[in-house]
Design a protein. Structure first.
Length: 152
């Protein structure tokens, strides 16, 4: 991958999966934001992915909608048992509150959801492993996936 996301985007993906906010199709999916205000379109063809979320579109890295899809496609191996601990989290408001300090937002989630030190270590270990897998995927993040005879 050209540019890696902040690792905290994985936790946002866990929330999207826990809350069943991902609607998969054959080569595209719709992912609803944590506050329900927006829906992002993720498209892919082979190893090329695009999404309408700000991180993917403007920052050029795989945002949480793309990470959610990679998990569902089993391209990233994550213990699904941890997803439920990340349900019902409004990441949009937390990220705004912490001025896009994603680590601070995650630490607040740990506190709000009363994670134990052991749980924190467990989910962070799992997430670090998935992050390493992401680093090794031959992904290309683009603004729009070209299909068939489409031009740029």
């Amino acid at each position: 991958m050209q540019k890696l996301p902040p690792i905290e985007k994985f936790y946002e993906a866990y929330s999207a999966l826990a809350d069943d906010r991902v609607n998969m199709g054959e080569n595209e999916a719709m992912v609803t934001s944590s506050d329900g205000a927006k829906t992002y379109k993720v498209e892919w063809q082979e190893d090329t992915y695009s999404s309408t979320d700000n991180a993917t579109l403007w920052q050029g890295y795989a945002g949480y909608p793309v990470i959610s899809i990679l998990i569902l496609q089993k391209r990233l191996t994550v213990d699904k048992n941890i997803f439920s601990r990340f349900s019902d989290i409004n990441w949009n408001s937390l990220n705004k509150k912490h001025k896009r300090d994603y680590r601070a937002a995650l630490l607040e989630v740990y506190e709000q959801k009363q994670f134990t030190e052991e749980e924190i270590q467990h989910v962070e270990d799992i997430t670090a492993q998935a992050f390493e897998q992401l680093k090794n995927l031959p992904l290309k993040i683009v603004r729009k996936v070209k299909r068939g005879s489409e031009t740029k």
